[in-house]
Design a protein around this ligand. Structure first.
Ligand code: ADP
Length: 251
Protein backbone atom coordinates (compact mmCIF):
# COMPACT_ATOMS: atom_id res chain seq x y z
CA UNK A 1 0.00 0.00 0.00
CA UNK A 2 1.32 3.47 -0.86
CA UNK A 3 2.45 5.69 2.00
CA UNK A 4 0.61 8.66 0.60
CA UNK A 5 -3.16 8.93 0.40
CA UNK A 6 -2.93 11.65 -2.24
CA UNK A 7 0.03 12.79 -4.31
CA UNK A 8 0.17 15.77 -6.61
CA UNK A 9 3.12 16.01 -8.95
CA UNK A 10 3.80 19.27 -10.82
CA UNK A 11 0.10 20.02 -11.10
CA UNK A 12 -0.85 23.10 -13.10
CA UNK A 13 -4.29 24.52 -13.75
CA UNK A 14 -5.05 27.61 -15.78
CA UNK A 15 -8.36 29.33 -16.32
CA UNK A 16 -8.92 31.31 -19.50
CA UNK A 17 -6.30 31.93 -22.15
CA UNK A 18 -4.04 34.60 -23.59
CA UNK A 19 -3.39 37.80 -21.65
CA UNK A 20 -6.37 37.17 -19.34
CA UNK A 21 -5.29 33.66 -18.31
CA UNK A 22 -5.10 33.00 -14.58
CA UNK A 23 -2.71 30.36 -13.32
CA UNK A 24 -4.67 28.94 -10.41
CA UNK A 25 -2.05 26.22 -9.73
CA UNK A 26 1.47 26.57 -11.01
CA UNK A 27 3.35 23.32 -10.54
CA UNK A 28 2.18 22.05 -7.17
CA UNK A 29 3.98 18.95 -5.89
CA UNK A 30 3.01 17.47 -2.54
CA UNK A 31 2.42 14.16 -0.76
CA UNK A 32 -0.47 13.95 1.67
CA UNK A 33 0.35 11.12 4.06
CA UNK A 34 -2.15 8.46 5.09
CA UNK A 35 -3.84 8.82 8.42
CA UNK A 36 -3.15 12.54 8.76
CA UNK A 37 -5.19 15.71 8.98
CA UNK A 38 -3.78 18.23 6.50
CA UNK A 39 -4.99 21.82 6.29
CA UNK A 40 -4.65 23.90 3.14
CA UNK A 41 -4.45 27.65 3.72
CA UNK A 42 -3.75 30.74 1.69
CA UNK A 43 -5.21 34.12 0.85
CA UNK A 44 -8.39 34.32 -1.15
CA UNK A 45 -7.62 33.50 -4.79
CA UNK A 46 -4.43 31.59 -3.93
CA UNK A 47 -5.71 28.33 -5.45
CA UNK A 48 -7.11 26.42 -2.43
CA UNK A 49 -10.40 25.41 -4.07
CA UNK A 50 -8.65 24.48 -7.29
CA UNK A 51 -6.18 22.37 -5.28
CA UNK A 52 -9.05 20.55 -3.54
CA UNK A 53 -10.95 20.03 -6.79
CA UNK A 54 -7.91 18.60 -8.57
CA UNK A 55 -6.88 16.42 -5.60
CA UNK A 56 -10.41 15.01 -5.32
CA UNK A 57 -10.81 14.27 -9.02
CA UNK A 58 -13.57 16.86 -9.42
CA UNK A 59 -11.45 18.86 -11.85
CA UNK A 60 -8.65 17.88 -14.23
CA UNK A 61 -5.21 19.52 -14.13
CA UNK A 62 -3.77 20.95 -17.35
CA UNK A 63 -0.51 19.13 -16.66
CA UNK A 64 1.08 17.05 -13.92
CA UNK A 65 -0.46 14.06 -12.20
CA UNK A 66 -2.69 13.31 -9.24
CA UNK A 67 -2.59 9.94 -7.48
CA UNK A 68 -5.23 8.79 -5.07
CA UNK A 69 -3.51 5.88 -3.40
CA UNK A 70 -2.09 3.87 -6.30
CA UNK A 71 -4.57 5.15 -8.86
CA UNK A 72 -3.56 7.91 -11.23
CA UNK A 73 -6.60 10.07 -11.91
CA UNK A 74 -5.53 11.33 -15.35
CA UNK A 75 -5.60 7.77 -16.65
CA UNK A 76 -9.23 7.30 -15.67
CA UNK A 77 -12.30 7.69 -17.86
CA UNK A 78 -15.19 9.89 -16.68
CA UNK A 79 -17.06 6.77 -15.58
CA UNK A 80 -14.09 5.50 -13.59
CA UNK A 81 -13.66 8.93 -12.01
CA UNK A 82 -17.31 9.02 -10.95
CA UNK A 83 -16.97 5.55 -9.44
CA UNK A 84 -13.71 6.51 -7.72
CA UNK A 85 -15.28 9.64 -6.17
CA UNK A 86 -18.21 7.58 -4.92
CA UNK A 87 -16.12 4.83 -3.37
CA UNK A 88 -12.82 6.38 -2.38
CA UNK A 89 -13.57 9.97 -1.53
CA UNK A 90 -15.80 11.61 1.08
CA UNK A 91 -16.78 15.28 1.01
CA UNK A 92 -17.72 17.74 3.72
CA UNK A 93 -18.90 21.22 2.71
CA UNK A 94 -19.37 24.49 4.53
CA UNK A 95 -23.12 24.40 3.83
CA UNK A 96 -23.61 20.79 5.08
CA UNK A 97 -25.57 19.88 1.88
CA UNK A 98 -28.00 17.52 3.61
CA UNK A 99 -31.30 16.47 2.05
CA UNK A 100 -34.06 18.10 4.16
CA UNK A 101 -36.67 15.38 3.52
CA UNK A 102 -34.41 12.53 4.65
CA UNK A 103 -33.71 11.42 8.20
CA UNK A 104 -30.21 11.47 9.67
CA UNK A 105 -29.79 7.74 8.96
CA UNK A 106 -30.99 8.12 5.35
CA UNK A 107 -28.76 11.14 4.73
CA UNK A 108 -25.77 9.21 6.04
CA UNK A 109 -26.44 6.12 3.94
CA UNK A 110 -27.23 8.05 0.75
CA UNK A 111 -23.73 7.64 -0.77
CA UNK A 112 -23.98 3.87 -0.26
CA UNK A 113 -27.41 3.68 -1.85
CA UNK A 114 -26.23 5.83 -4.78
CA UNK A 115 -23.41 3.34 -5.26
CA UNK A 116 -25.92 0.47 -5.16
CA UNK A 117 -24.48 -0.92 -1.91
CA UNK A 118 -26.54 -2.06 1.05
CA UNK A 119 -25.64 -0.24 4.25
CA UNK A 120 -23.87 -2.44 6.80
CA UNK A 121 -26.02 -1.80 9.90
CA UNK A 122 -23.18 -2.36 12.35
CA UNK A 123 -20.86 0.07 10.55
CA UNK A 124 -23.67 2.64 10.19
CA UNK A 125 -24.33 2.40 13.93
CA UNK A 126 -20.63 2.82 14.67
CA UNK A 127 -20.27 5.87 12.42
CA UNK A 128 -23.38 7.57 13.80
CA UNK A 129 -22.31 6.84 17.38
CA UNK A 130 -18.83 8.18 16.66
CA UNK A 131 -20.27 11.54 15.60
CA UNK A 132 -22.53 11.57 18.67
CA UNK A 133 -25.89 11.29 16.94
CA UNK A 134 -27.06 7.82 18.00
CA UNK A 135 -30.18 9.35 19.58
CA UNK A 136 -30.96 11.47 16.49
CA UNK A 137 -31.07 8.73 13.82
CA UNK A 138 -34.67 9.45 12.86
CA UNK A 139 -34.57 13.24 13.08
CA UNK A 140 -34.59 15.45 10.01
CA UNK A 141 -31.90 18.11 9.39
CA UNK A 142 -34.29 20.97 10.31
CA UNK A 143 -34.63 19.45 13.79
CA UNK A 144 -30.87 19.66 14.36
CA UNK A 145 -28.46 22.48 15.22
CA UNK A 146 -25.81 23.59 12.72
CA UNK A 147 -23.14 21.62 14.57
CA UNK A 148 -25.29 18.49 14.57
CA UNK A 149 -25.98 18.90 10.84
CA UNK A 150 -22.26 19.08 10.16
CA UNK A 151 -21.82 15.91 12.25
CA UNK A 152 -24.34 14.19 9.95
CA UNK A 153 -22.29 15.37 6.97
CA UNK A 154 -19.13 13.97 8.60
CA UNK A 155 -20.84 10.61 9.15
CA UNK A 156 -22.02 10.66 5.51
CA UNK A 157 -18.43 11.31 4.38
CA UNK A 158 -17.13 8.40 6.48
CA UNK A 159 -19.77 5.79 5.73
CA UNK A 160 -18.16 4.54 2.52
CA UNK A 161 -14.82 4.06 4.37
CA UNK A 162 -13.17 6.42 1.89
CA UNK A 163 -9.48 6.64 1.20
CA UNK A 164 -9.63 10.42 1.80
CA UNK A 165 -12.17 12.88 3.18
CA UNK A 166 -11.97 16.35 1.62
CA UNK A 167 -13.46 19.16 3.68
CA UNK A 168 -14.04 22.62 2.20
CA UNK A 169 -14.27 25.24 4.99
CA UNK A 170 -16.15 22.71 7.18
CA UNK A 171 -16.58 25.18 10.05
CA UNK A 172 -17.24 28.27 7.94
CA UNK A 173 -20.94 28.35 8.87
CA UNK A 174 -20.51 27.56 12.57
CA UNK A 175 -19.95 29.69 15.67
CA UNK A 176 -16.60 29.35 17.44
CA UNK A 177 -17.69 26.89 20.11
CA UNK A 178 -19.52 24.61 17.66
CA UNK A 179 -16.60 24.88 15.22
CA UNK A 180 -14.26 23.68 17.98
CA UNK A 181 -16.51 20.66 18.61
CA UNK A 182 -16.61 19.74 14.93
CA UNK A 183 -12.83 20.15 14.56
CA UNK A 184 -12.30 18.08 17.70
CA UNK A 185 -14.46 15.38 16.13
CA UNK A 186 -12.48 15.42 12.88
CA UNK A 187 -9.24 15.20 14.89
CA UNK A 188 -10.63 12.28 16.87
CA UNK A 189 -11.74 10.46 13.71
CA UNK A 190 -8.22 10.80 12.28
CA UNK A 191 -6.57 9.65 15.52
CA UNK A 192 -8.94 6.77 16.25
CA UNK A 193 -9.48 5.33 12.77
CA UNK A 194 -6.49 6.49 10.74
CA UNK A 195 -8.79 8.26 8.33
CA UNK A 196 -7.00 10.73 6.02
CA UNK A 197 -8.60 14.18 6.01
CA UNK A 198 -7.67 17.18 3.85
CA UNK A 199 -9.31 20.44 4.88
CA UNK A 200 -9.32 23.80 3.15
CA UNK A 201 -9.74 26.63 5.64
CA UNK A 202 -8.98 30.31 6.04
CA UNK A 203 -9.14 30.04 9.83
CA UNK A 204 -5.80 29.63 11.68
CA UNK A 205 -7.61 28.12 14.68
CA UNK A 206 -9.16 25.43 12.45
CA UNK A 207 -5.78 24.80 10.80
CA UNK A 208 -4.14 24.36 14.22
CA UNK A 209 -6.03 21.04 14.59
CA UNK A 210 -4.08 19.69 11.60
CA UNK A 211 -0.87 17.64 11.66
CA UNK A 212 0.41 19.68 8.78
CA UNK A 213 -0.58 23.00 7.22
CA UNK A 214 0.16 23.72 3.55
CA UNK A 215 0.31 27.36 2.47
CA UNK A 216 -0.60 28.37 -1.06
CA UNK A 217 0.12 31.80 -2.52
CA UNK A 218 -0.46 32.81 -6.12
CA UNK A 219 -1.10 29.20 -7.11
CA UNK A 220 2.20 27.91 -5.68
CA UNK A 221 2.86 25.85 -2.59
CA UNK A 222 5.07 28.21 -0.60
CA UNK A 223 5.40 26.60 2.82
CA UNK A 224 4.39 23.74 5.10
CA UNK A 225 4.35 23.77 8.90
CA UNK A 226 3.72 20.83 11.22
CA UNK A 227 1.85 20.75 14.53
CA UNK A 228 1.70 24.53 14.63
CA UNK A 229 -0.28 26.74 17.00
CA UNK A 230 -2.99 29.08 15.72
CA UNK A 231 -0.64 32.01 16.50
CA UNK A 232 2.19 30.59 14.40
CA UNK A 233 -0.21 29.87 11.54
CA UNK A 234 -1.73 33.35 11.81
CA UNK A 235 1.73 34.93 11.62
CA UNK A 236 2.66 32.86 8.56
CA UNK A 237 -0.62 33.80 6.90
CA UNK A 238 0.03 37.49 7.59
CA UNK A 239 3.27 37.32 5.61
CA UNK A 240 1.28 35.92 2.67
CA UNK A 241 -1.14 38.85 2.73
CA UNK A 242 -3.81 36.78 4.45
CA UNK A 243 -6.18 39.66 4.97
CA UNK A 244 -6.27 40.88 1.41
CA UNK A 245 -7.15 39.18 -1.84
CA UNK A 246 -4.14 37.74 -3.59
CA UNK A 247 -4.87 36.92 -7.18
CA UNK A 248 -2.90 34.30 -9.00
CA UNK A 249 -0.93 36.45 -11.44
CA UNK A 250 -0.50 35.44 -15.06
CA UNK A 251 2.85 33.83 -15.92
P1 ADP B 1 -9.13 30.14 -3.37
O1 ADP B 1 -9.95 28.92 -3.12
O2 ADP B 1 -7.81 30.15 -2.66
O3 ADP B 1 -9.89 31.42 -3.12
P2 ADP B 1 -9.41 29.45 -6.18
O4 ADP B 1 -8.80 28.10 -6.37
O5 ADP B 1 -10.90 29.54 -6.08
O6 ADP B 1 -8.72 30.16 -4.93
O7 ADP B 1 -8.97 30.39 -7.39
C1 ADP B 1 -7.61 30.56 -7.81
C2 ADP B 1 -7.59 31.55 -8.97
O8 ADP B 1 -8.25 31.00 -10.10
C3 ADP B 1 -8.31 32.86 -8.66
O9 ADP B 1 -7.61 33.90 -9.29
C4 ADP B 1 -9.68 32.67 -9.26
O10 ADP B 1 -10.25 33.90 -9.61
C5 ADP B 1 -9.36 31.80 -10.47
N1 ADP B 1 -10.47 30.90 -10.83
C6 ADP B 1 -10.95 29.89 -10.07
N2 ADP B 1 -11.95 29.25 -10.69
C7 ADP B 1 -12.10 29.88 -11.89
C8 ADP B 1 -12.97 29.69 -13.01
N3 ADP B 1 -13.86 28.70 -13.04
N4 ADP B 1 -12.84 30.53 -14.06
C9 ADP B 1 -11.91 31.51 -14.05
N5 ADP B 1 -11.04 31.74 -13.04
C10 ADP B 1 -11.15 30.94 -11.97
Amino acid sequence: MSRHAVRLDAVTKRYGSGAGAVHALRGVTVDLPRGGLTAVMGPSGSGKSTFLQCAAGLDTPDSGSVHLGEAELSRMSETQLTEMRREKVGFIFQAFNLIPALTVADNVTLPLRLAGTRPDRAWLGEVITRVGLADRMHHRPSQLSGGQQQRVAIARALVTRPEVVFADEPTGALDMRTAAEVLGLLRQVVDATGQTVVMVTHDPVAASYADSVLFLAGGALVDEVRSASADTIQRRMATLGGHGRQEAVPC
